[in-house]
Design a protein around this ligand. Structure first.
Ligand SMILES: [Zn+2]
Ligand SMILES: [Zn+2]
Length: 720
C-alpha cells in the first residue's frame, strides 16, 4: 500500500470516529476503534481524542486507561487538546487522582482543562476543592466561561455556601453570562439550595427565557423552604407558559403535595404523570407512594407500589413509613422483611421507620434484630438513627438498653435528649428526668417545646408537683418558649393528679389557645381519681360540647358515677352515648412472643390458641381469687348481667395478651405489652395480682405511660 493511501484511510477513520462520538454513540466509536486496529491501521493523535471521549461517555475507566497507555506508546503529540480529553475522561469516570496526574503534567492549560477539573471535583462531592480550583484558575489568568460558572455554582450549592454563591454571581454579571439560560438556571438552583428563595426568585424573574430545569429548580426551592403552596402555584404558571414538566418536576410537585397533605392536588399530578408516561420511572413512582402515604391514603400508595416495574430502597421506605404513620406497624415490619427477601438493602431512613414500628407495638426482639443490623452497617453512631434506637428501647420497656445506646452515642442533639427524657417520663422516672435535663443544659443543648412536654409529663407521672411548676415557669421565663396545648395538658394533669383540682380548672380557663378536649380530659381523669362528681359533671359537659363524638368523655363520666356508687346515673350516661351513636374506641393490645407480634381486641375469638388462653385465664382466676382478688365490675359494659360482666372482664384484650405470653414463654420471662387506650382499673389490679401469683414481671405500656408490675406492685404508684 502506498504511503499516501494510508494517510487518506486514517483520515476517513478519524472522521467517522468523531462523527459517532458527536452523535452520542460511544459504543460504536469503540467498536470502530477495535476494527481499525484489527485492520492494522495505527492510530494517530486525531484518533485518540474521540476514542477517549467515548470512554468518558461510557464511564469506562479501564478502557480509558488502556487507550491512555496506547497513546503514550504511540509517541503522539501530547497537546492541550489531547490533555483535555484525558482530564475530562478521568474526571467523568470518577478517578480524580488520574485526572490530577494528567492535569499537572500538561505544559499548557485552557479554560476547557480547568472546567473538566472543576466539574470532576463537583462530581465526586468535593465542592470546596472545586471552589479552590476556580480561584487558582483566575489567578493563572484564565477567563471563565458559561460552563465554568455552571460548575462553580453547582459547587456552591453542594457546600451550601451562600456567600461564595453571591461572589460568583457578581462575576457572572461582569462576564455578561447572566442571560445565558443554563447559567441563569444554575444561579436559581444555587440560591434555592442555599436557602435564599428570594434571590432565586429575583434571578428567575430577570431571566429572558426559562426551560423546564429552571422551573423545576425554583419549584424545588419553594418545597425545600416549606412553601408548598407557592410551589404548586408556580407549577400551574409553568404549564400555562407551555413548558412541559419532566420527571424531576413531578417529583418536586409530589413533595409539595405531601408536605401540604394535599391529596386532591396529588391525584391531579398523578393523572398528568400517567399522561406524560413518567409513571414507570422509579424516582417518580417512589414519590407517588410517598405522597399518597403522607396524605393518609395507604390504598392508593399500594396501588402505585404494586404497579411499579422496579422498586428501590426509597420506594420500600416510603411504604414502611406510610404504614407506621397510619398505625399499621405490623404491616410495616412485614414490608421490611419482604424488602430484604427481595434483595433491597435498607438505608438509615428505613431503619428509623422500622424502629418506630417496633416502638409502637412493643416489638423488642424485632427492634434488637434491627439494632444488630444497624451496628453491622456502622449506623449506630448516626445521631438520627441513634435517637430512634433510644426511643425504641424506651418505648419497648427497656430503659436499660435505651441508656446503653444513649451513653455510647458520640454526639447527641435535642432529639436524642428528648427521646431519653420521654423514656424517663413514660417509666415514671421523674427524678432521673430532672437530673438529665440539667446535664443536657450543661452540655449546651438547647431544649425545645417537645423537651418540656416530656419533662412536665415526667414530673406529672412521678407526682413531683413543685418541680413541675418550676420547670413550667423556667420554660416560659428562661427559655422564652410559650406554653402550648400540650404543656397546658401536662400541667392540668400534674395539678389534677395531686388533688389541686381547682387550680387545674383555673389553668384551663386562662388558656390563651383555642379550647381543646385534651386538657379537659386530663382534668376529668383527675376528677375520677379524687372522686369529685360535681366537677366531673361540669368538665364532661365541656368535653361533649367541644367534641360530641368523644367516647372517652362518656366512659370517664360514667366511671365517675359508678365509682361514687351511683349506678343509675352511670347507666344513663352509657345510654346517652348509645342514643347519640357514639362508638367506643375499640381497645387493642399487642404482645410480642417469640419474635412475632400478636394483636387482641376484647372478647377476641380469632386467635389460634384461644382454647389454651381461656384455660390459662381460668387457672389464673383461681390463683388470684386465693390471693384475695375481687373483680371490679364497675368498669365493664353496664347493660349486661353480673355474670356476663365477669366474663367480659376476663376477656379484656390485655388479659388475653398476658395469658398468651404466659403459656408461650418459659417461667420467669418478663412480658411486654402495649395497649392503645388507658388500661382499665380492673386489668391494672389483675396485672398486679398475676405478677405476684406467677412470679413474672409484666411491662404494660398504655396510652399514658408504662406500668411495671412486679411481685404485686405497680411502678406507677397510682399516677396514671
Ligand atoms: Zn381491662
Ligand atoms: Zn400502674
Amino acid at each position: 500500500m502506498a504511503p499516501g493511501t494510508v494517510q487518506l484511510n486514517i483520515f476517513a477513520w478519524n472522521q467517522k470516529l468523531t462523527k459517532y462520538v458527536k452523535e452520542g454513540q460511544p459504543e460504536k466509536t469503540m467498536q470502530l476503534f477495535q476494527q481499525m486496529q484489527q485492520e492494522g491501521i495505527s492510530p494517530n493523535e486525531f484518533t485518540f481524542v474521540p476514542v477517549i471521549n467515548a470512554c468518558a461517555g461510557l464511564g469506562a475507566l479501564e478502557d480509558g486507561r488502556l487507550v491512555h497507555e496506547q497513546l503514550i506508546q504511540s509517541g503522539c503529540k501530547f497537546d492541550v487538546f489531547v490533555g483535555n480529553s484525558l482530564v475530562d475522561m478521568y474526571a467523568k469516570c470518577g478517578s480524580i487522582e488520574d485526572a490530577w496526574r494528567v492535569f499537572n503534567r500538561m505544559p499548557s492549560r485552557d479554560v476547557v482543562t480547568w472546567n473538566a477539573m472543576i466539574l470532576g471535583q463537583v462530581k465526586c462531592g468535593q465542592g470546596q476543592k472545586a471552589l479552590e480550583l476556580f480561584q487558582e484558575m483566575e489567578q493563572e489568568g484564565v477567563w471563565p466561561n458559561a460552563v465554568t460558572f455552571m460548575a462553580v455554582l453547582n459547587a456552591c450549592a453542594s457546600v451550601v455556601s451562600l456567600q461564595e454563591g453571591r461572589c460568583v454571581h457578581e462575576k457572572v454579571i461582569q462576564s455578561g453570562c447572566e442571560s445565558d439560560i443554563f447559567v441563569g438556571t444554575s444561579l436559581v438552583d444555587m440560591y434555592a439550595k442555599c436557602g435564599s428563595i428570594e434571590d432565586a426568585q429575583r434571578v428567575f424573574n430577570k431571566m429572558p427565557s426559562r426551560n423546564v430545569v429552571t422551573w423545576t429548580a425554583i419549584i424545588l426551592g419553594y418545597v425545600k423552604c416549606g412553601q408548598g403552596q407557592k410551589a404548586l402555584d408556580l407549577f400551574q404558571e409553568m404549564k400555562q407558559e407551555g413548558v412541559h414538566p419532566n420527571a424531576f418536576t413531578f417529583v418536586a410537585v409530589l413533595n409539595a403535595c405531601a408536605s401540604l397533605v394535599a391529596l386532591e392536588d396529588g391525584r391531579c399530578a398523578h393523572e398528568q404523570i400517567i399522561q406524560s408516561g413518567c409513571e414507570s420511572d422509579v424516582f417518580v413512582g417512589s414519590s407517588l407512594v410517598d405522597m399518597y402515604a403522607k396524605c393518609g391514603s395507604i390504598e392508593d400508595a399500594w396501588r402505585v407500589f404494586n404497579k411499579m416495574p422496579c422498586r428501590d430502597v426509597v420506594t420500600w421506605t416510603a411504604m414502611i413509613l406510610g404504614h407506621v404513620k397510619c398505625q399499621q406497624a405490623q404491616k410495616a415490619l412485614e414490608l421490611f422483611r419482604q424488602m430484604q427477601w427481595e434483595g433491597v438493602w435498607p438505608n438509615s431512613v428505613t431503619f428509623v421507620g422500622v424502629l418506630n414500628a417496633c416502638a409502637s407495638v412493643v416489638a423488642l426482639e424485632e427492634g434488637r434484630c434491627a439494632h444488630e443490623q444497624i451496628i453491622e452497617r456502622g449506623w449506630d453512631s448516626d445521631v438520627f438513627v441513634g435517637s430512634s434506637l433510644v426511643d425504641m428501647y424506651a418505648k419497648c420497656g427497656s430503659m436499660e438498653d435505651a441508656w446503653k445506646v444513649f451513653n455510647k452515642m458520640r454526639s447527641r442533639d435535642v432529639v436524642t435528649w428528648t427521646a431519653i427524657l420521654g423514656g424517663c417520663a413514660m417509666h415514671g422516672h421523674g427524678k432521673d428526668a430532672l437530673q438529665h435535663f440539667e446535664r443536657m443544659c450543661e452540655e449546651g443543648v438547647e431544649p425545645n417545646d417537645v423537651t418540656f412536654v416530656c419533662l412536665l409529663s415526667a414530673c406529672s407521672h412521678a407526682g413531683l408537683v413543685d418541680e413541675g411548676m418550676h420547670c413550667y415557669t423556667s420554660m416560659i421565663t428562661d427559655y422564652m418558649i410559650s406554653a402550648q396545648l400540650e404543656h397546658y395538658t401536662c400541667m392540668v394533669d400534674l395539678l389534677g393528679r395531686a388533688g389541686h383540682l381547682q387550680e387545674a380548672e383555673n389553668m384551663i380557663m386562662a388558656m390563651p389557645c383555642e379550647p381543646h378536649v385534651a386538657p379537659w380530659m386530663a382534668l376529668l381523669g383527675a376528677c375520677r381519681i379524687h372522686g369529685n362528681v360535681e366537677m366531673g359533671e361540669r368538665v364532661a359537659k365541656q368535653i361533649l360540647e367541644l367534641d360530641p363524638e368523644n367516647s372517652a368523655g362518656y366512659v370517664l363520666l360514667s366511671n365517675i358515677y359508678a365509682a361514687a356508687g351511683n349506678m343509675h346515673l352511670s347507666e344513663n350516661v352509657e345510654q346517652q352515648r348509645k342514643e347519640r351513636g357514639v362508638k367506643k374506641q375499640p381497645g387493642r393490645t399487642w404482645i410480642e412472643v417469640n419474635n412475632e407480634v400478636h394483636t387482641f381486641v376484647v372478647d377476641d375469638q380469632d386467635h389460634p390458641q384461644m382454647i389454651e388462653i381461656r384455660a390459662e385465664l381460668q387457672r389464673l382466676s383461681g390463683l388470684m381469687h386465693d390471693a384475695g382478688y375481687v373483680p371490679d365490675t364497675n368498669f365493664v359494659l353496664h347493660d349486661v348481667e353480673e355474670e356476663e360482666k365477669l366474663f367480659h372482664l376476663c376477656h379484656h384484650s390485655e388479659k388475653l395478651a398476658i395469658a398468651l405470653g404466659l403459656i408461650n414463654t418459659p417461667p420467669g420471662t418478663p412480658l411486654r405489652i402495649r395497649k392503645n387506650l388507658r388500661v382499665c382499673e380492673d386489668c391494672h389490679t389483675s396485672a398486679k395480682f398475676i405478677s405476684k401469683v406467677v412470679g413474672r414481671a409484666i411491662m404494660l405500656r398504655d396510652v399514658n405511660r408504662f406500668h411495671h408490675f412486679e411481685d404485686g406492685i405497680c411502678s406507677c404508684m397510682g399516677y396514671w
